[in-house]
Design a protein. Structure first.
Length: 191
């Protein structure tokens, strides 16, 4: 059977005719760009940070098997649990309580990832014109969230040990940041 030609539009409909010659399939001559090739080539001597598709740790397979064994129960509801799976929230609350921060399941919110957590916290805690401390370098998604909210950003350097605590302290002392009840910090307080 001869390959079909391009269709021609004619009054009253579309006509498709047989081709006199063979038109090459674009995939026959397709070449992967060198930039893309670096993303998909696997090399044993390089740990690629170009994309997040590293081979899974063996524990991932074990976790999948455990989850599959519990699949019927997990599939018994519509899957919409905006605060997170109740069993996970319960376990996290127990973990925080065991570590000295009394926590109930209702106080735990499980997000789909760090970006959602940063977005939610920013919506709750940052107003237009507020100053926030950001790491330099920082994740562009976090900076976008702060910019969208209208925050002013003060960058502090990070090194092998993490954020430069002295730089944060200097920013606060210089009055560029106003610490208060809305400033998110990681600490336990007595209630």
């Amino acid at each position: 059977m001869a390959p079909l030609a391009w269709k021609d539009s004619v009054r009253g409909g579309t006509r498709i005719g047989r081709s006199a010659g063979h038109r090459p399939d674009p995939l026959d001559t397709f070449q992967v760009s060198p930039v893309y090739r670096t993303l998909i080539d696997v090399r044993d001597d390089v740990i690629s940070l170009a994309c997040a598709t590293s081979p899974a740790h063996p524990r991932v397979g074990e976790a999948i098997a455990e989850t599959a064994a519990d699949g019927a129960r997990l599939l018994a509801h519509n899957g919409y649990v905006p605060a997170g799976l109740p069993a996970l929230r319960r376990e996290l609350a127990a973990m925080f309580s065991a570590r000295g921060t009394p926590t109930s399941e209702d106080q735990v919110l499980v997000t789909t990832g760090a970006q959602q957590a940063v977005s939610l916290a920013t919506l709750m805690l940052v107003r237009s014109g507020d100053e926030v401390v950001v790491e330099a370098p920082s994740f562009s998604g976090t900076l976008d969230v702060f910019r969208t909210r209208g925050a002013e950003m003060t960058a502090v350097r990070i090194d092998d040990l993490g954020v430069d605590v002295r730089a944060v302290t200097q920013a606060v002392r210089a009055g560029r940041l106003a610490p208060g009840s809305r400033l998110p910090i990681r600490s336990a307080s007595s209630a």
